[in-house]
Design a protein around this ligand. Structure first.
Ligand code: ADP
Length: 501
């Protein structure tokens, strides 16, 4: 079938029909053969039984009186025995039977009675046309019934039953009764012929039937395909029709719709991302333009030029950060970013990073405290994990008022190393909490607070944590502060999970 498909791209309906056809043909051949064999066996068995019965009936009319075999001619009354030939009760002087080539083996009576010395005392004319093996006489003389198939001179097969004639346990003769196998052969032949005629007919019907059934079954799928083809990338709010059949087709349609919905969301997200990115890129460029326009339009003092250059520099720096953040996310989306996995002590990374923000913290009069730092070995990318700690710490400092407190801790919970960053800052409103990990999302309170925030920091953090098979959660109350918890699998379980993956 595979070969067939490669050279001739047939539809699934035709394929199904061909499979059915093949299965039907094999089944029919098998059943035909079994039926034929059974029929032949049972017909042969019933023929043998009939022969046996007839032999017994003829034998009942034979008596042995003082060594002379007396035969009552009962053949005419026997069922199935129509003696159209005259009965010959003699043999040639030398004891050899005269072979009568023209005797009708098919319709003639096939009876022979032999004396104990093997001489025939009664032979029907048709019987003379048979080639009888010696065993069929010697075996009954030794008290054993002989049964077999013999051939006539004209080649026809005849079933022969040969039994001893007994009186007081002594064999005084042999009776042989035959029946032509021609009618059995004819019956079997006609059965085979009927099977050969009916078989292709049934096969043809089954082919039509299976094609029709397959066409019916694939109708809904065909409609589904057509609708799916009509759905454009720009028109992803369309859905395929869901049949109320509660079957595989319904499951397929539902899965299809779920997939379209996911695609729709992903496309929308991508479009929003591009729009937000362009907007964010435009802002610093516009700022630089307006600054340069101002100094170009009028004469400025060298101090003014320096001040503008400083401003341009910081805008360019912001632009640079934005572009590199965008690049990180774009590469993450494409799955291009390769993480450099190695065993790392999360607690040591935290104390390293802390040193880099101490100046900023003291500038803003915020106390940064180290809580419990449990030794925690994780598998991860050093640079990315430093980025995570730094972003959370930067945010904690950015959104905490002067005199506030930021606390950092590393604890072990449930085979995970948990980095906890807690601040006494402005907090996040419940409706913002579910969005802060989205790209470019900034709570209004944050916007009012620092202009430099872009809203990409937590999106990158979330991606890095996910890439490390970890989780990030936030608990926050407006005006009270926020707690960010990053849970990463400990090195042992991390390496096991990586092996599994
Ligand atoms: P950015 O800080 O550049 O605005 P982030 O992605 O880092 O972007 O954060 C997204 C938003 O989450 C912030 O705009 C702010 O509203 C909120 N947020 C993050 N960290 C804190 C925090 N420690 N306290 C209060 N709000 C926070």
């Amino acid at each position: 079938m595979k070969l067939l498909q490669d050279h001739w791209p047939v539809g699934i309906r035709t394929q199904l029909m061909l499979w059915y056809l093949m299965a039907f043909a094999v089944l029919m051949l098998l059943f035909g053969a079994i039926f034929y064999a059974n029929l032949r066996t049972s017909l042969s068995a019933s023929l043998d039984t009939a022969l046996q019965l007839r032999t017994q009936q003829i034998a009942a009319g034979i008596t042995n009186e003082q060594g002379k075999i007396i035969i009552q001619d009962v053949t005419g009354e026997l069922p199935g025995v129509v003696d159209r030939d005259s009965v010959q009760s003699t043999s040639t002087p030398d004891g050899q039977e005269v072979a009568d080539q023209h005797a009708d083996v098919t319709f003639g009576t096939l009876v022979r009675i032999l004396a104990a010395d093997g001489h025939p005392v009664y032979v029907t004319r048709a019987f003379r046309g048979l080639r009888v093996p010696a065993a069929s006489i010697t075996q009954p003389l030794h008290h054993v019934v002989w049964q077999g198939t013999v051939t006539a001179h004209n080649g026809q097969a005849v079933r022969l039953y040969s039994a001893p004639l007994m009186h007081d346990d002594t064999v005084y003769g042999v009776i042989q009764v035959g029946e032509s196998l021609t009618s059995l052969g004819t019956t079997l032949q006609s059965v085979v012929l009927e099977l050969l005629v009916i078989g292709p007919f049934v096969l043809l019907l089954s082919a039509f039937g299976s094609y029709w059934l397959a066409a019916r079954a694939f109708g809904p799928i065909h409609r589904l395909t057509q609708t799916a083809q009509e759905i454009e990338a720009s028109d992803l709010h369309q859905r395929v029709p869901v049949p109320r059949t509660r079957d595989e087709v319904q499951a397929l349609a539902l899965t299809f719709n779920e997939m379209i919905e996911r695609l729709d969301k992903a496309f929308a997200q991508q479009r929003r991302f591009v729009a937000d990115a362009s907007h964010e890129l435009r802002t610093p460029v516009a700022a630089i333009r307006s600054m340069t326009d101002t100094v170009l339009d009028q004469e400025a003092t060298p101090q003014e030029y320096v001040a503008v250059l400083h401003d341009i520099n910081s805008e360019a720096e912001r632009l640079g950060h934005l572009i590199s953040d965008l690049l990180v996310l774009a590469r993450a989306d494409e799955g291009q970013t390769l993480l450099e996995w190695k065993p790392l002590r999360l607690d040591l990374l935290v104390s390293d990073v802390l040193a880099t923000v101490e100046t900023l913290a003291s500038e803003r009069s915020i106390t940064v405290e180290l809580g419990r730092l449990a030794p925690a070995l994780v598998m991860g990318d050093e640079a990315r994990l430093i980025q995570v700690i730094l972003t959370l710490l930067d945010n904690a400092l950015a959104y905490t008022n002067e005199g506030g407190k930021v606390e950092l801790a590393v604890v072990i919970r449930d085979k995970h190393a948990c980095l906890v960053v807690q601040d006494t800052g402005i907090g996040i409103a419940p409706e913002d909490q579910e969005h802060i990990f989205e790209r470019f999302y900034r709570a209004d309170s944050a916007r009012a607070r620092i202009a430099s925030g872009i809203g990409l920091g937590l999106a990158i953090v979330e991606w890095v944590v996910r890439a490390h098979r970890g989780t990030i959660t936030v608990e926050s109350q407006v005006g009270q502060g926020s707690t960010f918890t990053v849970a990463l699998p400990l090195a042992e379980s991390a390496s096991q999970e990586q092996k599994k993956a």
